[in-house]
Every structure is written in C-alpha cells, then in structure tokens.
Design a protein around this ligand. Structure first.
Ligand code: GLN
Ligand code: ZN
Length: 762
C-alpha cells in the first residue's frame, strides 16, 4: 500500500493558540515555563495529526519560523544573538533575532533578522545571514528531543529539514561572499546531523529543496550534485522534497542525485509525475504530492486516482502519497466554520480534512479487506457528488459576469488622454499646492474600533449602531487631518480589518471564513477569503463612507480601494479557471466601484496594489505573462474615468527596478511607494527609467514607533527632488497608519506637513 506522510502542519493551532501564548510571553504576562507548557499542549495536538500516517514528521513545528530554526540548528544564528547576559535563555536570544529588541529593555538591544516571503507564499521567514567568516556547527538538541518524544509513542519518525542548497538560496550575503563557497562547511554540519539522526534510530530524513522549482544557473545545479553526492551514505535515507512548481530543466539534475526518494508537487507539476516515475530507478521512492497544500479545495479523487493508478503499477511499494507541500499554508479545520453556505462547504478541505483525504486515497489505491473497500467506495462516491455538484453549481457560474467579460472593449484598458493632458486638467480642478501632502489610507485601528467590530460580528450591536460608530471615527479622522493640515484627506478605513476581507464580504463569488487563519509570520496570521465563483459587484462598497467623509470637509477626500491583483493574491483562488480570468472578473467589479465613486463626486481614487509584485511567478521566464495580465487588470479597473479624475495607486515594497516598464504601463496619475528606509535610493531607478507620472515616495517609516523629525523629512524630500522634478512629487508616509497610535501619528503628520510647507516656501 502507498505509504502516507506529511511535509508539515500548521503550528498556530485551531484558535491561533500559539499567537496568544507568544504574545502573552512577550508581554511578560506569562513566564517561560508557562509558555513551554502551553506550547507542549499545542505540540500534542500537532502529534495527533500523525495518527493515521505512516510517518510522523519532526521539525516542522516552530515557535516562530522554521528557517530561523534551521539557522540555530546549524549554528548560524547571527553573532548578535549571542547571550551577553547569562540569565538570558535560548528562547530569549531566539526571539531577539526573530523580532528585534529595542534599547528600552534592560538587556541586549538587537535588530531583528530581515523578513521576506517564503517563495510565492504569504509566509515570511527570517533571512539567514552569511559572510566570509560564517562557520557552521550542529546544535541538534531541540530536533532530537522532538524525535525522541515521537519515538516514545512508537511512531516512525521522519525529520523534516530544509536542504542545504535551499538554505543557502534563502539567505543573504552580508559581504560579497558567494554563498556557494560556503557549501562544503555547511555540508559537514548536515552530514553530522544525518549521522546523529541515524544513531538515534531515524531511517528517513526529508530534505526540503523548493529552490529546485526556480530557474537555477549551472553553478547551483552542480552544487546540487556535489551536495547530495556528499550526503549519501550518512546512515539514513534521504527524501528530497521539491514543491511549489515544476522542476522543468532541473528535473534532469534531480534524477541524477543519489537520493533514496524524491517528492514532487503533483498539483503544480502534474505533467512531471509520470516522467519522474519513469526516470527514477526501482529502488527510489517517488512521493507524489497529490493534495493541494496551497489551497482549500477538496481533492477530486477521480482525477487523482487517474493520475496515481499507473504510477502505483510502476512504483509498487515505492510510491508514497503526501500533500503537495507543507500544510502550513492552509487553515486548520473546516469543522470550525459555522457560516459557510451549505452548498459550498462540501467543496472545501482545510489541513485536517486534507490528511483524511490522504488516507482515503492511499486506501483507494490498494484495499485488502472488504470493510475497507466498502468505506472507501462510500468515501469516493461522496467525493464525486461534491465535485460534480461544484462543477454544476449556479454559485460558481454567473452567466452575466461571463457575458460582461466578453463585452470588454479594448479602449477600456486605457485612459482616453495621456498623462500630461490628464494631470493638467486635474491640477485645474484640484488646485493642490506644490508638494501636496496625503496619507496612504488607513488611520489607527484603535482597540475601540476592533471591539465595536467584534460586538457587531457577535450581533451584540445593530448594523445601525456599528455604522454610527464608524461614522464617528471618520469624523474624528477628518478633524485630525484638517488640524494637521494635510491637502488630500482620507476617510481612515475603520470599516476594514484588512485590505481584502472587507471587499470579499461585499463581492459576489467570494466568501470570508470565521477561523480560516494562516500564519503570515511569527504570531501574525491572515485570514484569506475564498474566491469560489464568478466575481461581481451588486452594490456600492465604499461610496457611502467616502461621501460621508467628503461631506465634512472642503478638502478633497480620496476614495480608497484594493486592486484586483491584490485581492487575487491575498485570497484562496479558484482552481477551475486561470488566475488571469479570475483577476479580470475582479477588475471589472472594481471598475464599477471606481465609476460609482466618480459619479458620487470623488475626484481622487486610490487603487492599492500592495501585492502586485508578490504574485510574480517563481520562474523568471514566466514574469512577462503574469505582468501582462496583472497590469491589464489594473488598467481595466482604473481607466473608466474622466480625465480630471485622479487615479492613485500604492505599492509597499522596495524593489521596482525590474518591473518599472510595467509600473509605467499601469499609468496611474500618482504612485505612492515605500522609500523612507532606503533613503530615496529607490527613486534612482525611476529616474534612470525616466518614469513619467507623479510619485509619492514615503518619508515616514510607519513600521517604527518613532516620530520623524521635520529635518529628516525635509532631507528626504530634498533628496527626492534631486531625482524627480518637484512638480511631480507628493509627500506621504510609507504606508497606511492602521498599526500606529494616534499619539505617534499626529506629531508625525504635523512634521510631514511642516516639512512640505517649508520646502514650498523656498
Ligand atoms: N490603503 C491601505 C492602508 O492604508 C494600504 C495598505 C497597504 O498597502 N498594505 O492601510
Ligand atoms: Zn503599503
């Protein structure tokens, strides 16, 4: 029978328990021992998920981040993590690197490790740091104790560790060291680890190498050969795990590696499963990642078995089954959801349900007893009913939306005038000063706002009471912005808990969950909505808030929307149509909202595309295709307005040089970006590219509680003005202010306005 195993499981717990424990510990509300006890309870729940699997994975649970764990495992924690104070525990130095520590605490101020996205997911890891002096040394205690805990329960333990090349790939070199130069010393530590695990009774070790789905150059590919040549004969069998995409050109290399098994992502590299099955030798295991670890859809068993049956014939007992990747990227348990439409519920599977699917699939491939047969047949029939019902459901298909898509005209993809004509008209109607000041949209989400929203969700207050509370907040935001003296105001986004959920709740074809949390980093979780059907808009979403805000001031109030690409990238998407098509539907809906705002008298509309860059495919050769439809979607939603309506967009990342032609093609009248930390360096690329439209480079680092001084803001603007003509510059913070307090925001914005005024006077 095909063996079943898992690559990793969510660690936050069903109720974001890990978040609560960590935050209590960081706040000094609980002691380290209590944290350890609470974490142990969570681990026990984690271990429960192994009960029906042939292997129990060790090493996938983490207190903060599994990449940071790997750095500690191989003695590559940054030197600044060293305990200066003997009283400090291992945990403290670990969290110092994970989160940084300010000098306000009594000991060991430290800057945090840089955080970046784990491949194309929304999970963020702490970037390993390398330099010429980097050495590696094995510290296996934590991993070994987990292995032993599991062995004590009689489980066959398969530790999961990031592979050596992916570990190097994920890190950054602090000097000009070529990371590959470190491979030999790193391999000594890996070999040591494998020997140690072998001595402790471990038979299989999974080494994760998702870097193999990216486009690697010859040096990296030969490093793969060298690394796995070195690691063979270390006393354990190695399962090399690739996921998040196809192996493409790297497949040839993978089949030459002396490993005992290879895991492949059968959801994203379906066409490579049979190729790999044939290419591996008879003694090598093929682990097929048949269940989508990146999405929430129920697996289509008929389709899965069609793929698996011939592979099972070929590989016999050398076939293993698993989710495509770690289930870290899925919510924990669908059973917690009470409010999902009963017709849609059977279409879904969260982490817990996915492991049950795995068990059924493995039984379906080979059942010996009659009882098993009967229960498997029943499960297959139930699965088929749900899959068929989803395919035929009127909830997934909306003829009107499909017709609207075919009616899209080419001219809808472009503003009818060029930027120069538009901006002249806009200046006439808006009459803004030089260096206009604005914000990115959100104002502090106070605990009061959050409590009111919770009360509304729990039906403790009425819709009317909730709306009144939000209006009160809008009035307060407007008053504060007037006092500070900003030129373009916003309503403050109090009605949203994040950028996407609010829109998902108001669009047809999308749903939001109650507990569908997924770890984003450390204790932070996000709750991506689910796009289950054709998307459309039936009512205005933001118009009333913006209109209300505008009624309170003479200054222009900017309408605030999330763009189609960001809505797509921060949601669970349909797996039955291309992402590009789904995005186009969302774009059409957002276009409707843009036009409704304009009709209601809004002269400036911002469409945030914070996640446009995030959606870039892992293989660079696929970038142009993605950027084509992503930028088209932005243009579709933003182009249906008059020439004097000003379109803003906002993007909060610090890398533009490789996508500037696409940013230019978006043709927003104004783009606001995050630049305060990079000292305006980012603008060099805009300058070199000769970017045409207005830019608002951030001058206030909203990730820090510090209030920027007038002088530092003036310096930043002066630098910006040396790269971009002053007439095209806007003055604004890096991003939204929702995570900050009013006590910081008020003086910071006062300084921002003062800096702009001083520069205007010059
Ligand atoms: N308008 C959003 C806000 O101000 C933008 C947030 C973002 O770009 N991440 O919060
Ligand atoms: Zn931002």
């Amino acid at each position: 029978m095909a063996k079943t195993h898992n690559l990793g499981y969510p660690r936050i717990g069903k109720n974001r328990d890990l978040k609560r424990s960590l935050e209590a510990y960081w706040n000094n509300d609980i002691a380290e021992q209590t944290l350890n006890e609470q974490v142990q309870t969570l681990r026990e729940q984690h271990y429960q998920t192994f009960t029906h699997l042939d292997f129990a994975q060790a090493g996938d649970f983490s207190l903060y981040d599994h990449v940071l764990d790997t750095s500690f495992l191989f003695g590559n924690a940054p030197a600044r993590a060293k305990r200066e104070n003997n009283n400090e525990s291992y945990l403290d130095s670990y969290f110092r690197i994970a989160r940084g520590r300010s000098s306000k605490r009594d000991c060991c101020p430290t800057h945090a490790g840089e955080m970046t996205k784990w491949f194309d997911t929304n999970y963020h890891y702490i970037v390993p740091e390398f330099s010429k002096t980097t050495t590696f040394k094995l510290y296996a205690d934590t991993l070994l104790s987990e292995v032993k805990q599991l062995q004590a329960r009689g489980l066959d333990v398969k530790p999961v560790v990031i592979g050596p090349l992916t570990y190097l790939y994920l890190g950054k070199s602090l000097d000009d060291t070529n990371k590959l130069d470190l491979i030999d010393s790193l391999l000594v530590a890996y070999k040591n680890l494998l020997h140690t695990l072998a001595e402790n009774g471990v038979k299989w070790v999974q080494l994760d190498e998702p870097a193999l789905v990216t486009e690697l150059n010859a040096d990296w590919l030969s490093a793969y050969q060298h690394a796995y040549d070195t690691l063979q004969n270390s006393g354990v069998k190695i399962l090399l795990a690739s996921y998040f995409g196809s192996l493409a050109d790297n497949l040839k290399v993978v089949t030459k590696l002396p490993v005992d098994g290879v895991h492949i992502d059968a959801t994203r590299a379906k066409h490579e499963v049979a190729i790999l099955a044939k290419a591996l030798n008879d003694s090598q295991v093929l682990s097929v990642g048949i269940i989508d670890g990146r999405n929430i859809w129920r697996t289509d068993f008929t389709e899965a078995l069609t793929l698996l049956n011939p592979i099972a014939q070929l590989k016999q007992d050398k076939l293993w089954l698993a989710p495509s990747c770690s289930l870290l990227h899925c919510p924990v348990d669908l059973n917690a959801e009470q409010n999902i439409h009963p017709e849609i519920l059977p279409w879904l599977a969260f982490a817990e349900q996915k492991l049950i699917e795995l068990e059924i699939l493995s039984k379906a491939l080979h059942t010996s007893s009659q009882t098993d047969q009967d229960s498997v047949q029943a499960a297959l029939a139930q699965n088929k009913r749900a899959i068929d019902q989803r395919k035929q459901s009127s909830l997934s298909t909306n003829k009107l939306v499909q017709r609207a898509l075919t009616n899209i005209k080419n001219e809808w993809l472009h503003r009818s005038d060029d930027y120069a004509t538009r901006i002249a008209q806009q200046q006439k109607s808006l009459k803004l000063p030089l260096y206009p000041t604005t914000t990115i949209g959100s104002f502090p989400q106070t605990s009061q706002i959050r409590k009111t929203r919770q009360a509304f969700i729990r039906k403790e207050i009425t819709q009317q009471q909730y709306e009144d509370a939000l209006k009160e907040n809008i009035a307060y935001c407007i008053e504060q912005q007037e006092q500070v003296g900003l030129d373009v105001l916003v309503h403050g986004e109090a009605e949203r808990n994040d950028m996407v959920e609010y829109f998902a709740g108001h669009l047809n074809g999308m749903l939001t969950t109650a507990y569908g949390w997924v770890q984003s980093y450390g204790s932070r979780c996000v709750k991506p909505p689910i796009i289950y059907g054709d998307v459309s808009r039936s009512n205005d979403i933001t118009v009333a808030w913006t209109q209300y805000a505008q009624s309170l001031t003479q200054k222009p109030v900017k309408g605030m929307l999330t763009g189609p690409v960001t809505i797509l990238n921060w949601s669970f998407v349909r797996d039955d149509q291309p992402r590009s098509l789904t995005t186009q539907q969302i774009a059409l809906a957002v276009r409707g909202e843009v036009q409704a705002l304009e009709a209601a008298g809004t002269g400036i509309i911002q469409i945030d595309e914070a996640a446009l860059r995030e959606g870039l495919p892992l293989k660079q050769s696929q970038w142009p295709e993605y950027l084509r439809w992503a930028v088209d979607a932005f243009k579709l939603c933003s182009s249906g307005v008059r020439r004097d309506t000003q379109i803003h967009t906002h993007m909060c990342y610090s890398q533009f040089n490789d996508i500037l032609p696409d940013i230019q093609r978006m043709d927003a009248d104004v783009i606001t970006i995050e630049t305060s930390r990079s000292n305006m360096k980012l603008l060099d690329a805009f300058n070199a590219f000769n970017y045409q439209n207005d830019i608002g480079p951030g001058v206030y680092d909203i990730h820090s509680p510090n209030v920027p001084e007038v002088e530092s803001i003036t310096n930043l603007i002066t630098q910006a003005a040396s790269k971009i003509p002053a007439q095209r510059l806007w003055i604004n913070p890096d991003c939204g202010l929702k995570t900050r307090d009013w006590a910081e925001v008020r003086p910071a914005l006062t300084n921002l306005v003062a800096a702009a005024k001083a520069l205007r006077a010059q």
